[in-house]
Design a protein around this ligand. Sequence first.
Ligand code: PMV
Length: 318
Amino acid sequence: MPAMSANASAKLILLGEHAVVYGEPALAMPFSALRVRVVVEPWIGAPAGRIHVFARDLDLDQDWRDLPENNLVREAIVLVLSVLEIQQTPTCKISIFSEIPVSAGLGASAAITVAIMRAFSAFLGHPLQQDQLNQLAFQVETRMHGTPSGIDNTVIVYEKPIYFRKGFEIEFLKPGQEFTFLVADSGVKKSTASTVAQLANDRLQNPSYYDPLIEQIGECARVGRSALESGNAVVLGEAMNTNQDLLATMQLSCPELDQLVQAARQSGALGAKLTGGGKGGHMLALVREEDLDAVRSALLGTGTRQVYQTTLLAEGNA
Ligand code: PMV
């Protein structure tokens, strides 16, 4: 078996996180600058059936059977072996090199899962097709996060901007113009499972308060979609701002994110909001070309460790 490698990108949720778990639509796009790469290679001379997993960023350097039951690397390996009906575990090394920060709203767990499944299935001689890969990655996400919407695995598998609604066909977005975003790190790590559980609990206590907020976030995604497709950056920015204010009302922001959002808005961003699970992780701002330097400096002025720039290309200009 020759060595195989595969990769997957991070992702950004443009509008609609959390509400998407409750059936509302959301918009997401790949964040191709940050990637995870996985290499699977034969392990000559090792005892039969041994799989060694190495991932510096995840602090892993061990046999896969020693990984805890709910570890995503283990889950990904088990699912691929099972779906391909491989009876005899191959002897190999799986190395994972990830640039995507974990617990930071950028879809690290889905990206790692997708890259492992791509490389491992190819190594076994049966590369998974996109649709099957998406279904399997969703199963791993479910094991990791409890009740994921499926948006992370979907945008990462297809690596295209999507309009996503749980239980509906995936719709690929066609941006009417180029949009540029800045992404800044709040420096706060927060697991998505915990913020999803927080909202589930709050909503259970007080559905008449939370349900209308969830619906309004869905409306932001609908408005944002038509603004994105018609190339209206101002309206898209407004939808992002409204979405952020709703998430903050639902206690899904945090002071560090609020500070980044405020710095971006005050220095000229058309819209700014948290992206992903919230209560930490990253902030996403839509910025006109001419305001990029000012917004970047304002963000750096808050003490953020990292500001990335990414562009959503107009349809046809990939
Ligand atoms: O924090 P991330 O990158 O896993 O994004 C989570 C997005 C949520 O809407 C909060 C959860 C979900 O499953 O859609």
